[in-house]
Design a protein around this ligand. Structure first.
Ligand SMILES: Cc1cc2nc3c(=O)[nH]c(=O)nc-3n(C[C@H](O)[C@H](O)[C@H](O)COP(=O)(O)OP(=O)(O)OC[C@H]3O[C@@H](n4cnc5c(N)ncnc54)[C@H](O)[C@@H]3O)c2cc1C
Length: 309
């Protein structure tokens, strides 16, 4: 990756692993559904899942530092505490460049917590997967990512590269409509037009509109999403996965009240982890209402049904 853009720096026609794992260089995901989930029934908008939960981190300090329910951060902290992982692939923040996402291998609670909240710009998280396995020799990893990251991990797992399959013990996918170009969204719109220097930006959220929370301000500044459409990353127009369909656990904010997360457990290992955390009172649990799930389907459908340009 050069400046967050995949760049061809060499050519090995015998290998082709980059093509085999690229989430955009595949037309038909149906064989992968079958490979991963067998003939399990698939929700046409949200993919295969065993159970839907509304969850919230019981530790209010962590929840407040997080984007929605603090579920992703909670899952990673629990995996680390119980020694089920020795590292997590997350999107951290470039120390030189406020709000600029940076792929990161987090091996401590502090690093996991520091990476919480959402950046709505592209983060090449999987660059850190290579670093974790090849350079840092970590053996048990959780990967957090948007649907494209999780698709790529799944494709890598199914290719005959067992090192990756063995090392990735949990995938946590985020719901995702799209990402935006950093220079346009963060520098031009937020720092420039809205006059919020990025070092003074506390939180960004997308709930029907882009909500911009400067530090110290009680109210958010609101930007209609149609104003941002021109800055969507071009590769997002080819994506038809909203809910990270191939993750062990998928997490998003839509479908549940504010400060909670909608969580889809897709695999047994994902569901066991969630149940373990509920039993240990680390997560508060509510039911996801059928209205909440229907709303989620309505949000997902335009992307899932999209015909790539
Ligand atoms: C680009 C993007 C688009 C999203 N779109 C939607 C949407 O349309 N609808 C919806 O319901 N939810 C969406 N989400 C998910 C939502 O914003 C929260 O991430 C999710 O609800 C988890 O909340 P949490 O409190 O459990 O996460 P936290 O505990 O705060 O943890 C967030 C995790 O996300 C990772 N992360 C942050 N930014 C990125 C990034 N750019 N790329 C990859 N990983 C990242 C961090 O490393 C961290 O581990 C989106 C997230 C992103 C990053």
């Amino acid at each position: 990756m050069k400046d967050s853009v995949p760049t061809l720096v060499g050519d090995d026609t015998k290998c082709g692993f980059c093509t085999k794992s690229c989430p955009r260089m595949i037309e038909d995901y149906r064989p992968i559904y079958t490979e991963v989930f067998g003939d399990a029934e698939r929700d046409s908008a949200l993919g295969v899942f065993l159970q839907a939960y509304a969850l919230r981190n019981a530790d209010e300090k962590i929840r407040k530092r997080s984007q929605d329910g603090g579920v992703v951060t909670g899952l990673l902290l629990h995996l680390l505490d119980t020694e089920k992982i020795d590292g997590a692939i997350v999107s951290g923040i470039d120390p030189e460049n406020p709000w600029h996402p940076m792929p990161q291998v987090a091996t401590t609670s502090k690093e996991i917590i520091a990476a919480s909240k959402s950046r709505y710009t592209r983060s090449a998280n999987l660059v850190a997967l290579a670093e974790a396995i090849k350079e840092r020799k970590l053996k048990q990893l959780a990967v957090v990512g948007t649907p494209c990251h999780i698709q790529a991990v799944q494709r890598m797992r199914l290719a005959p590269l067992k090192r990756i399959d063995r090392a990735v013990v949990m995938t946590i996918g985020l719901f995702c409509s799209e990402t935006f170009r950093f220079d346009d969204l963060m520098q031009q719109k937020i720092a420039g037009e809205l006059g919020v220097p990025l070092e003074k930006l506390r939180k960004l959220d997308i709930k029907g509109k882009l909500l911009v929370y400067p530090r110290g301000a009680k109210e958010s500044l609101k930007v209609p999403l149609k104003d941002l459409a021109q800055w969507v990353e071009p590769s997002c127009h080819y994506c038809t996965d909203f809910a990270s369909d191939f993750a062990d656990i998928s997490v998003g904010g839509a479908g549940t009240p504010s400060k909670w997360s909608t969580v889809l457990a897709r695999t047994e290992r994902g569901q066991n982890l969630i149940e373990e955390m509920i039993a240990a009172s680390k997560f508060l649990r509510e039911e996801v209402s059928s209205e909440g799930l229907d709303m989620l389907r309505r949000i997902a459908r335009p992307k899932v049904a999209r015909q790539p340009p």
